[in-house]
Write a protein that binds this ligand. Structure first.
Ligand SMILES: *Cc1c(COP(=O)(O)O)cnc(C)c1O
Length: 424
């Protein structure tokens, strides 16, 4: 069956024909393509096309698709059974690996998605501090957790309903939403409410409303305000963990959060999340403490085997400088094409992450991001897709590069992106 036939069938069987909303292409127009196989930096569609992939399964595939060593690790684990429901040796190895890589984590718990990780961090912070209120920042996405799905960027933003139906107002009332990079506002809220706030959660490099960087000193000041108020600082590094450095943003910026949420890369392409932090806080979790959290498939041996191998490869290859060079090459290609055409374009980039805002000025927060010209992005997306390059199907997603993106794939992508910008 072709993509079109599969999608028409899927529409009758699943809401919107998809199992996750952004996949439906609503914000770029047209219908999604179906993929039958992925290898290295390429997706192969059921329609016989090959696409250079800059979505990388929304972040996890830092080693590209179907990496032979990850595949082998899964198949070895598979020989011994898919799930035991008891402790297994892989969990211990995974925990050791995470502790050795992520500076702030003294104890860790595995779960099955990034959403579970952030949800559990929030519950743990509330249980530990015995406070109810939390602070989040507009444009930061932390998965589809009730209390965090407010001004949440990404899919919610793309669909034009930043606040989801089905979330009681009384839940939303416990969430204070602030503007990124607005230190005056942050300081004022801490002066008034500091001692009621259980935690502040943020993506330390927000990457779900396009890519935004914190102003110099913003994260450090936030750390200081939290420490003084007894508020726990939660870094959601589901996207940035193992991506911007082995130890995530916290390592790059040398800031120690109390809790960290992880996901995506940590599963090597299988469904995994994790959260961890200071030992005395983590010991508040059941079975030691009063905060309940559990999972039938948490620490699953196949998922652990894939994740451990993915992390080991990062340690062995240390690909961060090489990935950054590719990121810079794409950024420069985009900027020079836009410059030639006289189009205002911002390309925030760090290492293997970049995004595009058609906007005069650098984007510092949610309002700046949604004021950018999304129509131009849609045109560029469609041009690239027609010419074998798959960008994320939304102007508010971040593009990813993997170690499987060979120079030839990057050169091709740069050509297509430049031709696309000339055309739109
Ligand atoms: C993807 C993402 C999540 C949610 O992870 P899921 O595995 O999709 O539940 C949470 N936080 C951030 C920063 C993310 O990018």
């Amino acid at each position: 069956m072709t993509s079109e036939q599969l999608f028409q069938k899927a529409l009758k069987l699943m809401p919107g024909g998809v199992n996750s909303p952004v996949r439906a292409f609503r914000s770029v127009g047209g219908n999604p393509f179906f993929v039958s196989r992925a290898e290295g930096a390429s997706l192969y569609t059921v329609d016989g096309e090959e696409l250079v992939d800059f979505v990388c399964t929304w972040g996890p595939a830092i080693h590209g698709h179907n990496h032979p060593e990850i595949k082998k690790a899964i198949s070895i684990a598979l020989d011994n059974g898919t799930s035991f429901g008891t402790p297994n040796p892989y969990e211990v190895e995974m925990a050791e690996k995470i502790l050795s890589m992520v500076p702030s984590i003294e104890k860790v718990r595995m779960c099955n998605s990034g959403t579970e990780a952030t949800m559990s961090c929030i519950r743990l912070a509330r249980g530990f501090t015995k406070r109810d209120k939390i602070i989040k920042f507009s444009g930061c996405y932390h998965g589809h957790v009730d209390s965090l799905l407010i001004k949440a960027g990404s899919g919610a933003l793309t669909l034009g309903n930043p606040d989801s139906a089905g979330i009681p107002e009384s839940f939303a009332r416990e969430t204070i939403v602030l503007e990124l990079n607005n230190l005056a506002q942050l300081t004022e809220v801490f002066e008034k409410h500091g001692f009621e706030i259980a935690s502040v959660i943020l993506e330390p490099y927000p990457a779900n409303v396009g890519l935004i960087f914190p102003d110099t000193g913003f994260l450090r000041k936030l750390r200081e305000l939290c420490t003084n108020a007894g508020t726990l600082l939660i870094f959601d590094e589901v996207m940035t963990g193992f991506r911007v450095s082995p130890g995530g943003v916290q390592q790059r910026e040398n800031i120690t959060p109390d809790l960290t949420a992880l996901g995506k890369i940590i599963g090597g392409g299988l469904p995994v999340g994790a959260f961890g932090g200071k030992a005395d806080i983590m010991d508040y979790l059941a079975p030691l403490g009063p905060v309940y959290q559990a999972g039938t498939l948490s620490g699953n041996p196949l998922a652990m085997a894939a994740g451990i191998t993915g992390l080991r490869l990062l340690q062995e290859l240390n690909p961060y400088e090489q990935l950054n060079q590719l990121g810079v090459q794409i950024r420069d290609a985009l900027l020079s094409a836009a410059n030639k055409k006289g189009l205002p374009l911002q390309v925030p980039q760090i290492g293997s992450m970049f995004s595009m805002f058609f906007s005069e000025n650098p984007v510092r927060n949610y309002d700046d991001a949604i004021a950018s010209d999304t129509k131009l992005f849609q045109k560029l997306f469609r041009y690239c897709l027609k010419n074998g390059v798959y960008l994320p199907p939304s102007p508010f997603e971040t593009c990813f590069i993997s170690t499987a993106h060979k120079d030839s794939a990057i050169d091709k992508a740069c050509e297509v992106l430049q031709a696309g910008i000339a055309e739109i």
